[in-house]
Write a protein that binds this ligand. Sequence first.
Ligand code: FE
Ligand code: CA
Length: 503
Amino acid sequence: MSSVNRRTLILGGLAGAGATVLTSGTAHAIGYPFTLGVASGDPAPDGFVLWTRLAPSPLNADGLGGMSSAGVTVEWQVASDEYFTSLVRTGSVTAVQASAHTVHVEVAGLQPGREYYYRFRAAGHISQTGRSRTTPAAGTSPAFTMLFASCSHYEAGYFTAYRRMAEERPDVILHLGDYIYEGTASTTNVRKHAPVSEITALADYRVRHAQYKTDIDLQAAHAAAPWLVVWDDHEVENNYANLVRGDTSPAGDFRARRAAAYKAYWEHMPLRASSIPVNENMQLYRRVRWGSLATFHMLDTRQYRDDQACGDGTKVCAAAGDPARSLTGAAQESWLLDGLGQRLGTWDILGQQVFFAQKLASADGAKSMDAWDGYTASRDRIQRGWDARGNTSTVVLTGDVHRSWASDLMLDYSTQNKIIGTELVTTSVTSGGDGNAADTGLSSLNPHVKFFKNLRGYVRVHVDSTRMLADFRVVDKVTVRDYPVRTIQSYAIEAGNPGLVTP
Ligand code: FE
Ligand code: CA
């Protein structure tokens, strides 16, 4: 089919659905621009964010995606059906080079608790169709399914887990950080990073984000449901803490590097304008209510933290318990405790990055100083805070460690006194490569830690007003494409009765 005929067909189809027809002068002035797919995020009762980026040549080294300096009009449509026979909202925005021709549309005016479909059109090209949904109205508590994932290293394997997540048709997907990795390209992995050097400049972060989003399995997961995203370290640099860099290479101004990384992150994620970064600062922690059933407290455990204690390893020193040190920063801590105290829904879900429960690594007390074990006073204030406020249905969702874990959260870990919450830790999408189902990670040092598995995958959680049912979903290999997914362990968590139980 010639491009002219295809264009006529596409425009005809849209015109039939009641859309305005583009002027012919702009049609096909650029190559197919929707190479990075579409996404939606941060749902509310009346809308959500729609995202796309115009990038006919997504890996161009200048990070501009093959676009000129001209602004380009992008039309968007939201329909109540996937064939776009019933349009409910339409509009247009101008994509500009200052934000790498990314598009963020905050749709409002929709009905609560409903599924919607969306697509874009620019320069005569039509995007893929995405599926999203609004959250239920306050006061209602319909059951829903969420998936959560983290640690998706492009080189370490294929994004089969993302494909399987799309196939689950969940109501919402959480990504808990390490969405990209900043390192130098590998010579031995199944795929190879672009650009090849460790990324530090805005153009390089843009190319890296674009490369990840060229993956069709990731595109499928974004198109399947609205996402709630928070970052960890690798969106900027391994194990950075606030403005303290993780290592000295490459040299350069870390403040400028963080500003570049945060800008590229905002550009490529379906986030609201309230998160637009200002220099090296970006407001990422936020609350999203799911009716009166659940409240997501999405945390930022990188931007405000004190530097890792004791040299950022597993060696423990007194600083790890210093009450003056914080993982969240004081402002985020009071925002979290205030939100927990509002008791907005049956479940309080903390979407965050690093291992929350105490995890002794050896009899001499070694623990990870990058995780909450390196900030024990900070953890204690938050745990005691929700316990004191009567929150009995608090569930912490975690990424970062490239293994599946599940734990009871204890008011006092040393005496194992009182279960006050539950932690579910997702394994990686790919990071670390193929796992090993025979690995063992449980230890009598940590009796509150109940489950460990070293395979790649994600976690699926069915949520209703009486319980959560969590399924650890795994694939046996990621270095080979298209493995099936299976549930390797399930737990229930009862509302009002914290801790893991057999379903
Ligand atoms: Fe990771
Ligand atoms: Ca990490």
